[in-house]
Design a protein around this ligand. Structure first.
Ligand code: ZN
Length: 370
């Protein structure tokens, strides 16, 4: 009897090609109706004591194959604490080696964040006094949920997981929300007096459920739709824009993960040739405050000003600032590790992402206070 592998659960993704001895040959399933793949999440059962070799055979054809260099896979025995394990990318195959210390053991591209945890977050925020409402529905009819806190006149919008596999955005949201609702935190209190903060922590809820890397259920990259979303094929973006139209937007932060770059960075609306002086100084104020607040953040390495190419007008960080005059930014966190604050055990992690979420609140306040 050899071991088993399955991924038929919320956020799961893997296909088993062969299992023999201590070795499994695997492939990542392509996003539903879309061309991308890179996210994986699966369980190995009955392998306790074995030193496993798990080979992802189609790694070279993944969306960001260059991201496998220097990458180490995440592994957990309790799905709470995720650590990195020995991983090597060579000859187009990603090979994960791990000595299984439990009968059930999980492997993932990054610490997963499933729908049960998303719902628990919404419930916890509602119980703590936040307003939680559904602003629309996904392609498959799941609720797009918004959490609203604060009573201030300025309107802040925080978006997470347009790209469903970028689960660090969910951990970021937990960190931001936990601080926002801490009555003893002076920064949070001042932010909630200054602004009304709208958080949409899981924009691409269908993609998250299906274990997609990037696309929604219709195979659409939501972060290329903001200049005119099709309500049938990108209803998630249409719903957020409709809700934004009702409130206006003074500041938007869109939280993402980057497969390749081992740094935390901002891609801001200041890169847009159409940016106003106020938008440029807003981005600069955010960066300066976050540099002072969190040593993992840096401004030397990031996307160049032409990022997005012809599709850039459809990115939230371009379209929302143009539509509302807002300061708009994309925050990118690594799948691998932050070279500014490396963690040899966990790499860039759920807890590092949550801390970044908490520390961004002061940087948001620095923009609004100008
Ligand atoms: Zn992204």
């Amino acid at each position: 009897m050899t071991f088993q592998i399955d991924a038929d659960f919320d956020t799961g993704n893997i296909e088993v090609r062969a299992i023999a001895g201590d070795r499994a040959d695997l492939a990542i399933r392509v996003d539903s109706n879309g061309p991308w793949f890179q996210w994986f999440h699966f369980r190995v059962s009955g392998a306790k004591g074995r030193t496993l070799t798990l080979r992802i055979l189609n790694a070279a054809a993944s969306a960001y194959a260059e991201g496998w260099a220097g990458y180490r896979a995440c592994v957990s025995t309790d799905r709470e604490r995720w650590v990195r394990t020995e991983t090597e990318y060579k000859a187009g195959v990603l090979e994960i080696r791990h000595r299984a210390t439990a009968d059930d053991i999980w492997f993932a591209y990054f610490a997963p964040y499933n729908l049960a945890r998303h719902q628990a977050l919404l419930d916890r925020m509602a119980a703590a006094g936040a307003k939680v409402d559904a602003i629309g529905k996904s392609v498959e009819g799941r609720a797009i949920s918004r959490i609203t806190v604060g009573q201030g006149p300025l309107q802040v919008w925080l978006l997470g997981r347009q790209h469903s596999g970028e689960t660090m955005a969910s951990w970021w949201m937990e960190g931001a929300l936990t601080r926002l609702l801490d009555p003893a935190d002076a920064v949070a209190a001042r932010l909630l007096e200054t602004a009304t903060v709208h958080l949409v922590p899981l924009v691409n809820i269908d993609g998250a459920t299906k274990g997609n890397l990037r696309g929604n259920a219709a195979g659409i990259d939501l972060n290329r739709q903001w200049h005119g979303p099709d309500p049938e094929r990108a209803p998630e973006v249409a719903a957020v824009l409709c809700a934004m139209d009702r409130t206006g937007v003074d500041l938007m932060l869109d939280v993402h993960g980057d497969e390749t770059i081992p740094h935390v960075f901002i891609d801001g609306c200041d890169n847009d040739p159409a940016a106003t002086p106020a938008q440029k100084t807003g981005v600069a104020a955010f960066k300066a405050a976050l540099l002072a607040a969190n040593p993992a953040f840096q401004t030397k390495i990031g996307y160049d000003v032409t990022y997005g190419g012809e599709a850039a007008p459809g990115m939230a960080t371009r379209a929302v600032p143009r539509r509302y005059g807002a300061v708009g930014m994309t925050l990118e966190m690594p799948f691998k590790d932050s070279l500014e604050m490396p963690d040899p055990v966990e790499g860039w992690s759920a807890s590092a992402s949550a801390r970044m979420g908490a520390d961004c609140l002061g940087a948001i306040l620095a923009v609004l206070d100008r």
